[in-house]
Design a protein around this ligand. Structure first.
Ligand SMILES: Nc1ncnc2c1ncn2[C@@H]1O[C@H](COP(=O)(O)OP(=O)(O)OP(=O)(O)O)[C@@H](O)[C@H]1O
Ligand SMILES: Cc1cn([C@H]2C[C@H](O)[C@@H](COP(=O)(O)O)O2)c(=O)[nH]c1=O
Length: 267
């Protein structure tokens, strides 16, 4: 039971990476559940329509609707899948609310985080892969389709959202993999697989990647800290601050994989 979230701006490549990781895990016999927010359930699908394809939504109502989608999603879909031992990959989770409704809108990030902590009973992903890309790159990638209500927001909004995501990763680097999403998809997925391989290695040795079995790498197996099986067990009603500490290598924590430019170098 491992819970992994993919986060990032619109068009960053989250769905592409979720699909690649799901395929990699399934090839290794793992039960994988792929889901998304908003809209991972039937009720959520209706909330998604209201949020993304309806008329104006006041910022606080928007925050509450995303939280309502999440509460139902976690209770009826995510937790049951985790409890039967699946790896759950979600395309967006709490960080999207903190970044879009907190940093993007004029709402308090801490209040938005608290709302989602309540909605989810404190369920925190073991790992969040943050696909970091400049808003203009994301916009160019989605130029071939009609934009939804959030996507049509101004460039400055999306720049704040990007910084909001990065601030979250900086605050808890041990449970983030920050990726330069301007890289080719296969380069990004190799980094994701390497990190997830480390995360899962303790629980299932057949899921080890070459990198995570190499004696020269800083592997999860060798890393000090909590027992991987224990740390991979999501808990109910833990406080938002009591995170599930993934058995990750300190050297890979929170760094932008593959980026040569500065992380704060403009949006
Ligand atoms: N690393 C990449 N480099 C270039 N193009 C990419 C990359 N990753 C994905 N794409 C392309 O960019 C587009 C958006 O990708 P994708 O749907 O995976 O992004 P997303 O983050 O899930 O988008 P959204 O937030 O809008 O749901 C697709 O056409 C996809 O093929
Ligand atoms: C979960 C969540 C999402 N959003 C925004 C982010 C995107 O603009 C859309 C979702 O579209 P996608 O194609 O599924 O990525 O909704 C948000 O503002 N707050 C959230 O909590």
């Amino acid at each position: 039971m491992v819970f992994i979230a993919f986060e990032g701006g619109d068009g960053a490549g989250k769905s592409t990476q979720v699909a690649a990781l799901a395929a990699w895990l399934r090839e290794r016999g793992q039960e994988v559940v792929v889901t998304r927010e908003p809209g991972g359930t039937e009720l959520g699908g209706r909330i998604r329509e209201l949020l993304l394809h309806g008329g104006e939504v006041a910022p606080r109502a928007e925050a509450l609707l995303f939280a309502a989608d999440r509460a139902h999603h976690v209770a009826t879909f995510v937790r049951p899948a985790l409890e039967r031992g699946a790896v759950v990959l979600t395309d967006r989770y709490v960080d999207s609310s903190v970044a879009y409704q907190g940093a993007g809108r004029d709402l308090q990030a801490a209040e938005i985080a608290g709302l989602s902590a309540w909605a989810t009973g404190g369920l925190v992903p073991h790992l969040t892969a943050l696909l970091d890309v400049a808003p203009e790159t994301g916009r160019a990638r989605r130029s071939c389709r009609v934009e939804d209500r959030m996507e049509t927001e101004a460039e400055a909004f999306h720049a704040r959202v990007r910084q909001g995501f990065l601030a979250l990763a900086e605050a808890a680097p041990h449970r983030y993999l920050v990726l330069d999403a301007a890289q080719p998809p296969e380069v990004i997925s190799a980094a994701v697989v390497a990190r997830v391989g480390e995360l899962l290695a303790g629980a299932d040795p057949t899921l080890r990647t070459p990198a995570s079995t190499s004696s020269s790498s800083t592997t999860a197996v060798a890393a000090p800290g909590p027992d991987p099986a224990e740390s991979a067990a999501p808990t109910r009603d833990s406080a938002a601050t009591s995170e599930h500490v993934a058995p990750s290598a300190p050297s890979s924590s929170g760094e932008v994989v593959g980026r040569s430019e500065s992380r704060s170098g403009g949006a």
